[in-house]
Design a protein around this ligand. Structure first.
Ligand code: GLN
Length: 204
């Protein structure tokens, strides 16, 4: 059965794998090009985008991911992963450059400016979703063909085109499975009814 991979070079890997497993989705850590075989989707996790960009090149995964993407692999970048997928990085170099967005790194300030919040994301779930932002970027512009999923103040926090999802925040660090379910659906993968309603705003 086709599953979803999580790029496992650096950053928040295990939490993504666990969220996928809770949904009954086959979840594979991806460390080399051959690990992409048979996958319907790939999550590029949060971490440090300059470090991840270098590692992707060192392990020759940048070309391999671009090639699989052209063959239909769906992609989701969380935080640093979204930076790597963006075609335009304010004051920085693009990485994989596959989705037509502009993104500004560290746009809230230092690590101390990290925060949790809750938002309605109607395309993704009927109930409000908890969000955690860690030294997060802001998506500052969307090109044609890219849709906003969540706009907050002066930036987009989540957006997508037909093949790529980008989130400035980290759904894998919250109890909610909503974004993982949404990405699995985008990949054409059915999910089990998991313990979705497992958090209340007061508990988190
Ligand atoms: N600030 C990091 C970067 O620019 C991203 C932070 C994250 O992924 N939580 O790479």
């Amino acid at each position: 059965m086709a599953g979803i991979g999580v790029l496992a070079l650096q950053g928040g890997v295990v939490e993504h794998l666990e969220h996928l497993q809770r949904l009954g989705v086959g979840a594979t850590p991806v460390k080399k090009a051959a690990d992409l075989d048979g996958l319907a989707g790939l999550i590029i996790p949060g971490g440090e985008s300059t470090c991840l960009r270098r590692l992707l090149h060192l392990y020759e995964l940048d070309e391999a991911i671009a090639e699989r993407f052209r063959a239909g692999l769906k992609l989701w970048g969380t935080c640093a992963g979204a930076i790597l997928l963006a075609k335009r990085v304010v004051d920085g170099d693009p990485g994989l450059a596959l989705i037509d967005i502009e993104i500004a790194r560290n746009a809230f300030g230092s690590q101390l400016a990290s925060f949790n919040t809750v938002a309605d994301v109607p395309a993704v779930a009927a109930a409000p979703i908890p969000l955690t932002f860690i030294r997060a970027p802001k998506i500052t512009a969307l090109g044609p063909g890219v849709r906003s999923l969540l706009r907050i103040d002066d930036y987009y926090a989540a957006a997508e085109d037909d093949a790529i999802l980008v989130t400035a925040f980290h759904p894998e660090l919250t109890p909610s499975l909503a974004f993982h379910r949404y990405f699995a659906t985008k990949c054409g993968i059915a999910t089990v009814e998991a313990d979705e309603v497992d958090w209340r705003p007061g508990d988190w």
